[in-house]
Ligand binder design. Structure first.
Ligand code: LLP
Length: 425
């Protein structure tokens, strides 16, 4: 299937004009809603979901968006309306799905290494599709809660396939040394021992090897190991309905030409190739790939200052708004919203937070900017707002969703009253 890659959602309609998200100028949005401001393109998110759905169209499947990447209610609703399911890792994320799209409860899978009894009860009551269970102890807890609530629990063991994925060590999860999943060699025994429990239904098997993985190869390798397990289980009379391949497909943060359709096709082929003998339902849990490139963080330059040999561009956004550079040395392209004449300079782009780790870019060649200018930090739609905090008593940004020619506020800027509300003097 060939599909022309659509233009990036953030673009200059004419040379010299302001950066736009779709048809909407970021200058207009900054004026209307202030900065720092997260701006997302609904069109791009829908398009990305569609790429996965099309790539898996030949078989029974469900794309379960990883809510942790960006849990804005409006984005969850947009995805649910287009048939997506959800991968959650907390009771809180389930509450979000139920608030945004209660009809999607049956399309939810619950991952995560430490589920509490209260979270399990909430999910059992909501009637989610599947619990991705990460240890024998968790399976015992799930069985106990299911018995108590008299609701049978569909489970998948999240197996650890011991596959190396080339990504940042903080977001790699598929090796035996990581805290995630159950050693794939033990899985068969656990499925067998669960078979006698009337409150547990062996529904599937799941895997997730890490995040921001650019090559399709490790996904295929993990799936081969999972495929073998599925066949062994079948041989033992345990027939699974679902295989969940997890998330993790990476994007290009460096602004190069990026053919998302080709990436998805390659990824889907690697997974499906390894599962040729399984005719049940295939689940995937993409997060970043759906939302990262649909979002930008718009910030205003407060000051440009020199310290010794270095030039610092200080913006009103900081590490509390977007922590990825500080936490993973992640790269985000930074572009002026309205380019101006002047030579590019090598600068550090930093926020006002009192930490040297509060930077967005170091020794980066940046187009000329002056105090008062707007800049956009690109590819910030995933793990941006979702990982934001109130550090330094900073109000978290507002969020805007651009739908066609319209932009609407989907989360207002926090106020000081919001921040003080839970506190007791
Ligand atoms: N499924 C499970 C079980 C996961 O743990 C994750 C992500 C996903 C799916 C979605 O992965 P994705 O398709 O988004 O790569 N904060 C880091 C990323 C942490 C990923 C954690 N798990 C970052 O900003 O790069």
């Amino acid at each position: 299937m060939t599909q022309t890659p659509s233009p990036r959602p953030f673009h200059h309609p004419q040379p010299g004009s302001a950066l736009h998200c779709g048809k909407v100028s970021l200058e207009t949005l900054a004026r209307r809603y202030g900065t720092p401001l997260y701006v997302y393109s609904a069109e791009q998110i829908a398009e990305r979901l569609n790429l996965f759905q099309q790539a898996l169209a030949g078989r029974s499947h469900l794309v379960c968006y990883a809510v942790k990447a960006n849990s804005a209610l409006a984005i969850l609703k947009l995805l649910a309306d287009r048939g997506a399911g959800f991968d959650i890792v907390s009771g809180g994320e389930l509450e979000r799905v139920l608030a945004a799209a209660p009809e999607a409860a049956g399309r939810v899978v619950f991952s995560g290494v430490g589920k509490t009894a209260a979270e399990i009860d909430l999910a059992l009551t909501a009637g989610i599709l599947e619990f991705n269970v990460e240890s024998e102890a968790e399976l015992a807890l799930l069985a106990a809660r299911a018995r108590k609530l008299k609701r049978s629990a569909r489970f998948a063991l999240r197996v650890n396939p011991d596959v190396f994925a080339d990504t940042h060590p903080y977001i790699s999860t598929g090796l035996r040394e990581h805290k995630f999943g159950i050693d794939i060699r033990q899985a068969l025994g656990i499925y067998k021992s669960a078979a006698g429990n009337r409150w547990l239904e062996a529904h599937g098997v799941s895997v997730h090897i890490g995040s921001q993985i650019r090559s399709a190869q490790p996904f295929g390798k993990a799936m081969e190991r999972v495929g073998k397990l599925v066949a062994q289980l079948k041989h033992e009379g345990i027939e699974l309905k679902c295989v969940d391949a997890g998330g993790g497909l990476g994007i290009d943060y460096h602004g190069g030409a990026f053919d998302a359709a080709a990436k998805v096709a390659e990824y889907a082929a690697a997974i499906q190739g390894a599962l040729a003998n399984f005719d049940g339902r295939l689940l995937i849990e993409p997060g970043r790939f759906l939302v990262a490139q649909a979002g930008a963080l718009v910030a205003r330059v407060l000051t440009v200052k020199r310290n010794g040999k270095k030039t610092f561009v200080i913006t009103d956004a900081a590490m509390n708004d977007l922590i990825r550079p500080a936490l993973y040395q992640a790269h985000h392209e930074i572009v002026p919203v309205r380019p101006r004449p002047g030579r590019p300079r090598v600068v550090d782009v930093v926020g006002p937070v009192c930490e040297s780790g509060d930077f967005f870019a170091r020794d980066r060649k940046l187009a000329h900017v002056e105090p008062g200018d707007l800049v956009a930090l690109l590819d910030a739609g995933a793990y941006g707002m979702a990982q934001s905090s109130n550090y330094n008593t900073r109000m978290r940004p507002a969020e805007v969703l651009v739908e066609g020619a319209r932009a609407r506020l989907i989360r207002r800027r926090e106020t000081m009253a919001d921040l003080l509300a839970p506190e007791i003097l």
